[in-house]
Design a protein around this ligand. Sequence first.
Ligand SMILES: Cc1cc2nc3c(=O)[nH]c(=O)nc-3n(C[C@H](O)[C@H](O)[C@H](O)COP(=O)(O)OP(=O)(O)OC[C@H]3O[C@@H](n4cnc5c(N)ncnc54)[C@H](O)[C@@H]3O)c2cc1C
Length: 405
Amino acid sequence: MHQALSTMPALTGSLDTDENALAWAAHDYGDTVHHLPTAVLRPANAADISTVIKHAGEHDLAVVPRGQGHSTGGQAQAPGGVVIDMTALSVIHEVESDHVVVDAGAKWSDVLRATLPHGLTPPVLTDYLELTVGGTLSVGGLGGASHHHGAQTDNVLSLDVVTPTGDVVTCSPSTNRSVFDAVRAGRGRNGVITRATLRLVRAPETVSWHKLHYNTIGQLIVDQRQLVTKGSFDYVEGQLKIREGEHVAELEAVTFTGTSSGSGDLSGMSFREAETQAVTYWDFVDRLAPGEPVLRDVGLWDSPHPWCNLLVPSAAAEALLHHADRELGADLYSDFGLVLAYPLRTDRITTPLIRLPDDEVVFLVAALRYAPAASPQIVTAMHEANGQLISKTLAAGGALYLDPL
Ligand SMILES: Cc1cc2nc3c(=O)[nH]c(=O)nc-3n(C[C@H](O)[C@H](O)[C@H](O)COP(=O)(O)OP(=O)(O)OC[C@H]3O[C@@H](n4cnc5c(N)ncnc54)[C@H](O)[C@@H]3O)c2cc1C
């Protein structure tokens, strides 16, 4: 046992050092980086986190918070240090007409289950809801509504934080601003978020969801750019993939029924065909949930995911997506992989620690690769392919999103 643990002051929660706890904390969704910590803290409150941070600081021991562990590059791991299991703090405290107060270990799906009965929703949601509030606020949290509302970190009213020196503070745009700016997108290294007050807006009951298919990547991104510049839809995303042997270039444009500020106008666009469906807001925002058991069944949920997330200036997006599209045909994604590609307006993203290319509209490009279990050569090839995407992006003035620390 590390000497620091034997002298740890009393805690209300637990400090686990058993093999299972350590192995759990050395694993993430990426499944390519595995660092064993010395202990896992399951805190009962912010005071436990403060105690451990102060004590670990005296012994030069790293302390890293972990949410759902859906990072793909070891970001929530603490080699030889202490991992804090933030899911131990996951209470939804109160829902008011314009905000909700939640513990940072709560999942966004639980936040929505609490707010939707009041007809309310956070304005920006990630595509997958089984991520913790603290986990996405520590990276930014981008989604199809970000071209209107920025990142999730731009929609936070206040945070309770344990600082790297163990102080427990509340911060907001008007109180302890430096802590507020350091911890949002601070990737767990500038303080531990224990509680968040999140902005809420009116939620629609249903949405109109268009999937538009394009003949060319060039047409796809011209239309995407135009939609976010005009603000005509509430949600805009898109993806490249191969399905049944065909290359697919798809734009997703969604109107929130009854709460929309956009026109929802599809005229003048260059898509080849459109598929439109009306679904409940919940079914739309939780749309990735049915895919999880499918991926588990084929063994691709608990296998390596060498993912790569990039923020690309508009001028470089088409060339990069052509490169990614060629890779899609070269077996670097498996049957379930895809390239997510959608535009963001940089004037809507104000979180200081989110690194953005210098452009009015930038594209989030995410190479979402699935490697079969026990396939180190495929994982290496996927990492090499990511390296090429990263070099091209950086050379074009782009930036990395969610990169390993
Ligand atoms: C299937 C899937 C879909 C995704 N979709 C999107 C998407 O649409 N948009 C998007 O932006 N991202 C998306 N992501 C990425 C995801 O937002 C990040 O990886 C996020 O950090 C994961 O949250 P988590 O709770 O699993 O955090 P973890 O992986 O456990 O931790 C991630 C980082 O957050 C830090 N951290 C965790 N909790 C706290 C806390 N309480 N205080 C301070 N720091 C903390 C950790 O130290 C670490 O650096 C997706 C990931 C997956 C696997």
